[in-house]
Design a protein around this ligand. Structure first.
Ligand code: GRF
Length: 212
């Protein structure tokens, strides 16, 4: 049975979507770097173990990353899902989990990596915006893309309305991508490309790039 660990820092709408999706295998733990993260209460309600590992208790980023990696490894996860985990993870951490570490980012990467994506999309005047699920690699928000959803940017949008439109799609595609991974259909090849295998010979074409 496959095992997933989910990392959060806040509200937890993606966490909620992942838990509601009843993914294959078990969610071994939800880990947060903030004790006040709203998602923790929801995880507890669903009977999922929660762990708070506060980054402020560590002298350096490296020390925190090492403690976090150790906590994750206790659960021997097949998949580690960053669901609004608002910390940059250093190279050793990322390398330790390469190929089983997914992130969701609120923009159509490679546009608008980093923070404040919705405000920047509005300022740039783009007509479409969206979200991206990607494998995590050491370069920030630049890992191989698994899936993307675009939404329109409307003339009367502000940051909040645009963020809400994007978030609804995040909550839809993240469980889908996690499911592909846990079913063994989604992988990162040794060449660093995303492979998404078909479900069966008659399955309809997939949205993300198909390999093999
Ligand atoms: C989402 O927009 C996600 O893309 C970004 O942080 C936000 C987390 O939201 N990385 P939530 O906590 O899942 O509701």
């Amino acid at each position: 049975m496959s095992t997933t660990v989910i990392l959060i820092s806040g509200r937890g709408s993606n966490l909620r979507a992942l838990l509601e999706a009843q993914l294959p295998g078990r969610i071994a733990a939800v880990i947060s770097n903030r004790a006040e993260a709203g998602g923790l209460a929801y995880a507890r309600e669903r009977g999922v173990a929660t762990v708070v590992l506060d980054h402020r208790g560590y002298a350096s980023r490296e020390a925190y990353d090492a403690a976090l990696a150790e906590e994750i490894d206790r659960h021997r996860p097949d998949l580690v899902v960053l669901a609004g985990f608002m910390r940059i993870l250093g190279d050793p951490f990322v390398r330790r989990f390469t190929g089983r570490l997914l992130n969701i980012h609120p923009s159509l990467l490679p546009a608008f990596p980093g923070l404040a994506t919705h405000a920047r999309a509005l300022a740039a005047g783009v007509r479409i915006h969206g979200c991206t699920v990607h494998f995590v690699t050491p370069a920030l928000d630049a890992g191989p893309i698994v899936a993307q959803v675009a939404v329109p940017v409307r003339g009367d949008d502000d940051e909040a309305t645009l963020a809400a439109r994007v978030l609804a799609e995040e909550n839809r595609i993240y469980p889908q991508a996690a499911r592909w991974f846990l079913e063994g259909r989604l992988l990162l090849t040794p060449e660093g490309r995303v492979a998404l295998l078909r479900e069966g010979p008659s399955a309809p074409p997939l949205v993300a790039p198909v390999a093999a």
